[in-house]
Design a protein around this ligand. Sequence first.
Ligand SMILES: [Zn+2]
Length: 237
Amino acid sequence: MTVQIEDDPRIPPPDHHRDVTGGWLRPAVFGVTDGLVSNASLVIGVAASGASTHAVILAGVSGLAAGAFSMATGEYVSVASQQELTLAEIEVEKLELARVPKAEEAELAQVYVQRGVEPALAREVAKQLSANPEEAWRVHVREELGVDPDDLPSPWTAAGSSFVSFTLGALVPLLPYLLGASTLAATVVLTIIALFAAGVGVSRFTSRTWWYSGTRQLLLGGAAAAVTYAIGNAVGA
Ligand SMILES: [Zn+2]
């Protein structure tokens, strides 16, 4: 009797893991939270000083633009330099494979032995994986650098995702003023709801429950806004 692997309920589907490698969703959620906390604090601080609605909008729009560009360039430089380092290391690995293929094959066998594979079998696996040079360097890169060379994170995706998500988060506290509000009330209510929702979004990447994560984000973001509120109040317009 043959067992159909795809139908076996004991074998989880290949996509049952949470995304631990990064991708766009994680920076997006953190970008929204960043934009929300920083611009809510800015708008609330300026409004608390008694500044005009016009000044609050000007500060909020400036804070949005400054933060979005700063986040995007920071993310671009961070991911691009990581990528350059990875590509350089891949070249080193390819050179080594061309220069000392037998030593590299033995190195690969050693990796499998360390994971508990019998030495003879490990050597055989390493030998077969080393037969095709295009496959061999990919295996070495995965085993030694811990990255998938065919799925490296893109600096442009990371930068774009940060820019858009920061902008979305930063728009929340600003929205009531853009729609004609003249007091802080609507901004405060919207910010509280959005902070909690952002915390719930973050819980997707942690082992925390949604309500713990939501409450924590609400308290931390609320504390930041309380500080700027006090500063705005003390300084005055
Ligand atoms: Zn190697």
